[in-house]
Structure formats: structure tokens, C-alpha cells
Design a protein around this ligand. Structure first.
Ligand SMILES: [Zn+2]
Ligand SMILES: [Zn+2]
Ligand SMILES: [Zn+2]
Length: 323
């Protein structure tokens, strides 16, 4: 079985007697031809991506949050959301994109046996690499798991404790990533990092293009603003079947801090920018990396309905995307 029994059971139960846990379809006049095989169960014969988390780095609930957005999730973990991460599966091979604070349950859902062939990192913000601690001596004590990182990210992991202990003690084997250079990670999956503008205090930041034999997926969990990128996001969307895009905040004013210091494309901005694309292009855009304050994580589902009625999609934990 490719993913944990708990994971599949949840999905199967959710699908009994009703629609699968996939989001409600777009209105008929917007519904595109299905371009990817996505389902409540993983494809049997193709490599695939599984979404292991959808929340921003701090997760949902966020530590210390006393507002309504996190009240229920503090009491009931099932009402919360894990930090954004993708699993890649090809046969018995298991690869993680980003190592999050929710690494323990995400690795189990991806690989109940604990097999982990490689980790690909996007950048050095806490939600994206801190889960590497579980590979070390106090935890799994892994044997040279390949960890792929861009030059600044790799230098940071190699030089700064406690991260440097992971490589020094042989638990990880740091591997070079270079901008726009594909890495063949299994016989059928290729992954290519591309640089994006972000608050690069410690490392550069990349998104990934994941190419399978039949389909491609883009993953851009963090980026400052689409306008600050020298690559039109529309071009990225055009070259893939699913684009998992930064949806940290839904709109300006969402948190009581100066949001100019933590720039992200608001969902409202992304929908405005991409709203004139044909329905088949809009349907490729799946929003991900939601902050605990983002109403897309809300119980009532109203924000999700708004996004879907506009022809876009919201990423959900446990969905499979055939490659
Ligand atoms: Zn992040
Ligand atoms: Zn909250
Ligand atoms: Zn970040």
C-alpha cells in the first residue's frame, strides 16, 4: 500500500455514499476537461504526487493563537491542517518535498515503513526544513538520506549547527541543486528547481516543476508577489497540469501586522490577475500554503466556494495527482 491505512481509510470513508473528498466541481459552464488523474485513491500504475499538508509554516492552529481561526483546531486536531508538504511516489520509492514541523505524521502517511529515498527543500523558513531534525541521532538516526538543496541552503545546512550534525554524523547526504537543472529522481519522475523572489534571509527560495511520464505539477509555496518575479506566472501555469501556488493570505489586512514586511500574493490578487485566463487554465491553479488566518481553512467553506466559483481550486490534504 502506497500510503498509510489511516490515510486511505479516511479518504474511503469520506467517499462512501457521496462525492469523494475532492472539492466540489466548478460550475458546469466553467468545468474544464479533466487534465490529470486525481482521485481519492492513488493511481495503481503511474507515479503520483500526494498532498501531505496545506498550511503555512506555523501550521493550523498556530501556537499562541487565541482567535476564532484556531479555537476549534486547538481542541480537535482533525479540524486543523498540517504544514505544506508534497510526497512523490513511484513504485516503492518515496520522496518528500520539504521537511516540515509535521514531518512525523507526514512521513508515516507517505511511507508507513519509514522508507525515505530523498528530500527536496525549497528554502530555509521553519515550515520547510525544520523537520530534518527527525533524521538525526535523537530520532530516526537515518542512513545518508539524500537531501537536495540549492547552494546557499546547502551551505547553511553544512555549516550551521544543529543542522550540520546531520551530515557530519552521516544521517543525511547533502546533494547539489542548481537553478533550472532537472534531477531525475526516479525512472519516471524528474524535478527541476526554479528561483523565486522571497525573503531570503538564510537561503535562496525555489519552486519546483515535477514532471512525470504524462503530467506535470508546479509547486510554489512561497513567493513575494507575482509582479516581482521575472517569469510570468501565467507561463508557468501554461506548462503544467496543476500549479500549486502560494495562498498564504486571502486579502490585505488579514493579520494585525505590517503585511508589507511579509509579502505574498493575496488570493484576491491572484484571482484578479488570473481571472481572465480560460477556464481550463484557471482550473489548473490550486491554492496552497494557507496561513491560520486564511478563510480558505475555515470551517464554513464560504471562501473555498468563492474560489471555486471563480474557476480555481483549493489544495486539500490527502489528494493524489497522477503524473
Ligand atoms: Zn512557507
Ligand atoms: Zn489562528
Ligand atoms: Zn518562506
Amino acid at each position: 500500500m502506497a500510503v498509510s491505512a489511516r490515510f486511505v481509510t479516511l479518504l474511503v470513508l469520506a467517499g462512501c455514499g457521496g462525492p469523494p473528498p475532492a472539492p466540489s466541481p466548478a460550475p458546469a459552464d466553467l468545468a474544464p476537461e479533466p487534465r490529470v488523474r486525481e482521485a481519492a485513491l492513488p493511481p495503481a500504475d503511474a507515479p503520483y504526487v500526494v498532498i501531505l499538508g496545506v498550511a503555512q509554516d506555523a501550521g493550523h492552529p498556530q501556537a499562541g493563537c487565541t482567535k476564532a481561526c484556531c479555537a476549534k483546531a486547538h481542541q480537535d486536531p482533525a479540524a486543523g491542517h498540517r504544514v505544506v508538504s508534497l510526497g512523490l511516489v513511484d513504485g516503492d520509492q518515496r520522496v518528500l518535498i520539504d521537511a516540515t514541523p509535521d514531518f512525523r505524521s507526514q512521513l508515516y502517511d507517505l511511507s508507513p515503513s519509514g522508507r525515505l529515498d530523498a528530500v527536496f527543500l525549497t528554502h530555509a523558513h521553519i515550515g520547510h526544513y525544520s523537520g530534518l531534525v527527525h533524521l538525526g541521532r535523537e530520532a530516526m538516526g537515518s542512513d545518508a538520506v539524500e537531501v537536495y538543496a540549492m547552494p546557499r541552503m546547502k551551505a547553511f545546512l553544512a555549516a550551521d549547527r544543529p543542522w550540520s550534525l546531520l551530515a557530519d554524523q552521516g544521517h543525511v547526504s547533502l546533494q547539489d541543486l542548481r537553478e533550472d537543472e532537472p534531477v531525475q529522481i526516479t525512472d519516471r519522475i524528474q524535478i527541476t528547481p526554479f528561483l523565486v523572489p522571497h525573503r531570503d534571509e538564510i537561503s535562496e527560495t525555489v519552486g519546483y516543476r515535477i514532471q512525470g511520464p504524462d503530467h506535470a505539477v508546479a509547486f510554489v509555496p512561497d513567493i513575494d508577489k507575482w509582479e516581482r518575479w521575472d517569469h510570468p506566472v501565467e507561463d508557468l501555469v501554461a506548462t503544467v497540469d496543476v500549479a500549486l501556488l502560494d495562498a498564504t493570505f486571502f486579502a490585505n489586512g488579514e493579520i494585525g501586522r505590517d503585511m508589507a514586511l511579509i509579502p505574498h500574493p493575496f488570493v484576491s490578487e491572484s484571482m484578479a490577475r488570473l481571472g481572465d485566463l480560460p477556464p481550463s487554465e484557471r482550473a489548473k491553479v490550486w491554492f496552497i500554503h494557507m496561513n491560520h488566518t486564511n478563510p480558505l481553512l475555515g470551517e464554513d467553506g464560504e471562501a473555498r466556494r468563492t474560489v471555486r466559483q471563480a474557476g480555481f481550486e483549493v489544495a486539500e490534504e490527502g489528494r493524489f495527482i497522477g503524473l
